[in-house]
Ligand binder design. Structure first.
Ligand code: ZN
Length: 129
């Protein structure tokens, strides 16, 4: 898939390339998968993915545009997003077809398999036996 065809918030449901539209939230851990046909029947095939994301965020208790909530500069905000929007990899690509990817860290960052031996401290006045 080329960069120009990646789904964006301005992509309509008619142009959305996948069968399922996934919604997730970082904050409230809500989420769900909606079938494209169901969304198109409910909101119309010209509805934008960004608008549907707004509908998803509106159901969140941390919705920043909820008029019942007082605006807070550093308060919690809904972290709703669509994992497949602007993602370079299709959601249904099997892991075996993705090949290897380089991740940060390495063997030096791994935790030891055995816990470190406990170092006992001596008490003041303790005598060797
Ligand atoms: Zn949320």
């Amino acid at each position: 898939m080329t960069e120009a065809r990646l789904p964006s918030p301005h992509t309509s449901l008619r142009e959305f390339p996948y069968v399922v539209v996934r919604f997730r939230c970082h904050v409230c851990e809500r989420g769900g998968d909606a079938r494209l046909a169901v969304l198109a029947a409910k909101y119309g095939s010209d509805a934008l993915v960004g608008r549907l994301l707004r509908v998803f965020v509106a159901g969140c208790p941390w919705d920043p545009q909820n008029p019942a909530r007082k605006p807070q500069k550093y308060g919690m905000r809904c972290g709703g997003y669509c994992p497949d929007v602007l993602a370079p990899r299709p959601p249904d690509l099997p892991p075996s077809m993705t090949g290897f990817s380089l991740i940060q860290g390495g063997k030096a960052d791994m935790l030891p398999a055995e816990p470190a031996p406990i170092e006992r401290r001596r008490r003041v006045g303790d005598v060797d036996v």
